[in-house]
Design a protein around this ligand. Structure first.
Ligand code: NAD
Length: 353
């Protein structure tokens, strides 16, 4: 088979799962988490430039399929992502994703990538970046409740960006916790497997909840949360799917990505529509205060916002030239004469494509 005439087809760089994994190993996971976090931080500084909309969600009884679009005026991006908590019982991922960047000037795609792994990286990078601004000073211990697909990425990002060294783990399924213990052995963590959420939060300055259950769950109750902690709640990210008792929200200062989306999907869906929140971009740019004092409870109600995927794809795109870890995808029909799409099709009948 001969290669198609380059002038007839626009090739789109495509990062497969295999190349994404090669890239992470080539760069190093801690370096990559820090790199993605730096791009996310940069884009929070450019917040006002972005087209912003709550994600477009199609719900079913068992899960959700969502599109997450945004643009900074020069580049457009979107992610396709699902959330199906029942999937793991069937041997499938709860969350899978892919995403695309396009040139706003031409509308042509400039990158297509797997984003199941990249979402885990960007979610962890976002959580740790937020904690850099909100967590109590000197925090070295984090509780991880929910030891599924996201959990090790969260741990690695908090180590790379916030200096977390001690992890207290809990999952309703002890096998999930054993998996994290295995995967993170030798990564420089002091790991403690706990028998309950209550036990897991003891002595931790940061509590991460990343459970998956399609219901108003109560992973943490008010009496479990002591003064001064930072809560990184990322598992409640869909209408009817939350992790925290609402009394915690009343006691904490709540920080969010994009309020119109978080009010639909986040922990604060349990609260009145005018419940006060602070937007993270304001904290990051210095327009709003993050942590004020050592007794304050800070809560990141993280649902994942389109700009974070955009930042992660932007980071990825910047790594392609030096690493070459992509394939050229024949995805855009681009005839020499732009009006002769049909002629291109006819010529293909005889051409050796
Ligand atoms: P997963 O299904 O791989 O893991 C979830 C884990 O939670 C499982 O091990 C399960 O046993 C455990 N769990 C369920 N109920 C629990 C409970 N009551 N107490 C303790 N553990 C419990 O899912 P994942 O890919 O790790 O994702 C975790 C959650 O994070 C999902 O809800 C997902 O939708 C969400 N998520 C959010 C973002 C974001 O940006 N905020 C990004 C990705 C995923």
């Amino acid at each position: 088979m001969t290669a198609p005439e380059p002038s007839r087809l626009a090739y789109v760089p495509f990062v497969s799962v295999a190349n994404m994994m090669r890239l992470i190993h080539r760069i190093g996971i801690s370096e990559m988490l820090s790199g993605v976090a730096a791009y996310i931080e940069e884009d929070f500084h450019r917040w006002e430039l972005f087209d912003k909309t709550p994600r477009v969600a199609s719900h079913s009884d068992v899960g959700v399929i969502e599109l997450m679009p945004t643009s900074d005026g020069a580049v457009y991006g979107f992610k396709y992502v699902n959330g199906h908590p029942k999937n793991t019982a069937e041997g499938l991922q709860t969350v899978t994703a892919f995403g695309l960047l396009a040139d706003v000037q031409t509308g042509y795609p400039v990158l297509l990538s797997e984003m199941t792994v990249l979402t885990a990286l960007r979610t962890a990078a976002t959580s740790a970046l937020v904690a850099k601004y909100l967590a109590p000073e000197g925090a070295d211990t984090m509780t991880l409740i929910g030891n599924g697909a996201q959990s090790e990425f969260q741990a690695m990002a908090f180590r790379a960006i916030c200096g977390i060294r001690k992890l207290r783990l809990y999952d309703i399924d002890p096998e999930a916790t054993r998996k994290v213990m295995r995967n993170l052995a030798g990564q420089g963590f002091e790991l403690t497997a706990c028998g309950s959420a209550q036990e897991a939060i003891e002595g931790a300055q940061i509590i991460t909840t990343c459970t998956a259950d399609k219901q108003y769950a109560t992973i943490l109750t008010d009496n479990m949360v002591g003064a001064g902690v930072h809560i990184n709640a990322i598992g409640g990210d869909c209408p009817g799917k939350t992790e925290l008792h609402k009394d915690i929200l009343s006691r904490a200062d709540v920080f969010v990505e994009y309020p119109p989306q978080t009010r639909i999907e986040g922990e604060i869906q349990q609260m009145p529509a005018d419940f006060p929140v602070t937007e993270m971009w304001e904290v990051i740019t210095g327009a709003a205060k993050g942590r004020r004092d050592a007794r304050q409870i800070t809560l990141f109600d993280g649902v994942g916002f389109a700009t974070e995927d955009f930042s992660a794809l932007r980071y990825l795109r910047d790594q392609l030239e030096t690493t070459g870890l992509y394939e050229a995808l024949d995805m855009i029909a681009d005839p020499d004469d732009p009006r002769d799409l049909f002629g291109m099709l006819q010529r293909a009948k005889t051409a050796d494509l």
